[in-house]
Ligand binder design. Structure first.
Ligand SMILES: [Zn+2]
Length: 152
């Protein structure tokens, strides 16, 4: 049995040949400075015309799935960390103008890209929660974080 008999539906997109060899590699990607995730991808080389590429068209889905898992893990950990700092989910929701249900969903792993961006910011700069809880009042920021006040 040829090695790629199990890949009967995979063929070279240039010449249609099913005679190819496959190489797999794992690459580490960064979600944040401290959170990474590994993605294994396949590269195929046609033995007939020497075309190289992702003949299986699976690498994008593999990347997206791995990233979604990493985002879900990060969101859960980030909200747990914020909870451990004393910010309950209802306090966070109130300060940020979000529904408690949204935070609950993020904590359960269903976190959007904008949610991910917000959680990255809050984990690095948790004082922003206090600023938000004070309606981004300039006098409050000037008093508590004068180095962060903008000019206009
Ligand atoms: Zn080919």
């Amino acid at each position: 049995m040829p090695a790629n008999a199990l890949n009967a539906e995979i063929f070279c997109p240039v010449c249609g040949s099913k005679d190819f060899h496959k190489q797999s590699q794992s690459i580490e990607h960064k979600l944040t400075m401290s959170v990474t995730f590994m993605v294994s991808s396949n590269s195929f080389t046609c033995n007939l015309c020497h075309m190289v590429g992702d003949f299986s068209n699976a690498n994008d889905d593999t990347f997206t799935n791995a990233k979604n898992i990493a985002v879900a893990e990060f969101a859960t950990k980030a909200i747990n960390s914020l909870n451990a700092m004393g910010y309950t989910n209802s306090a966070l929701a109130r300060a940020l103008g979000l529904s408690p249900r949204t935070l609950h969903k993020w904590k359960a792993g269903a976190c959007s890209n904008s949610g991910l961006a917000l959680l990255k910011i809050l984990i690095e700069f948790p004082f922003i929660i206090e600023v938000a809880a004070n309606d981004f009042d300039r006098q409050y920021i000037l008093k508590t974080h004068p180095n962060y006040i903008t000019k206009n």
